[in-house]
Design a protein around this ligand. Sequence first.
Ligand code: AMP
Length: 288
Amino acid sequence: MRIVLLGAPGSGKGTQAKKLADKYRVPHVSTGDLLREALAAGTPLGLQAKAAMDAGQLVSDEIVLGIIRERLRAADARNGAILDGFPRNLAQAQVLDEMLRTLGQPLDCAVLLDVDFDVLLQRLAGRRTCENCGAVYNIYTNPPRLDEQCDRCGASLHHRPDDNEVTISNRLRVYELQTKPLVAFYRNQGKLEIVNGTGEVEEIFARMVTVLDPVAKGLRKPKLPLPVKPKSKAKPAKTAKAAVKPLPKKPPAKSPSSKKKAARKPVHAKSKPAKAARRSAKKSRKRR
Ligand code: AMP
């Protein structure tokens, strides 16, 4: 199974991707994780990516595509992968299509995790991760039993440096402008599935599985968007006869005499000046 997880930062892609990778036995490939690993290891590539990551901007396509190309060629990705956080723009999506075509492993589908803006903000600001085992918590909605300590392994929890207010708003803006157009891109390929990403982790996972089980079994059919009807300006004529517009009727020709009459006819027979004239004529007649 080869799928792309789409969704805004904080939509829960990482959490769901880990669970899906376990269930369908394919690797979870997150470009964000790969970049953070490169940064932690102090590789030139990681250091190059740092400034963009700290600012909540996208790392250059060149760096990201280099990383992903190498990752998808690895032996464990031969049977598929859950791609999380990649592609992030149209150029990356087109290169991914090309890359997978060359490898003879086309993408099965793209799942959009749909979450409201307010929920995204709360999730990002409250997110804490365990750097030791990868468990994810939220201090508002899913807090650990002990403050800042992982329930699973006891290691201390970590607040991602790019989960601060300024960077969060940049990341959400970048998503709207650059990543959201991928929804239409995959819809037009018939590969888009949309899953409601609000609620409990297990609840969302169950929705994902409902959508992805047919994919894993090779039973999913492409969902092509309905063709848009071309807008016609004029209503089509029902019959050929109706299509021929009758010529407008000519007004009856006026005879020269009627023209004259019309010319002589006073326009304002009972206008105020005429009345006044009549009154003064009456007065002068009386005087006489
Ligand atoms: P994530 O963990 O997916 O939220 O990614 C964290 C940061 O890594 C992002 O804000 C970007 O700076 C960078 N990043 C991750 N994936 C990509 C990508 N596909 N293209 C460009 N930058 C990326």
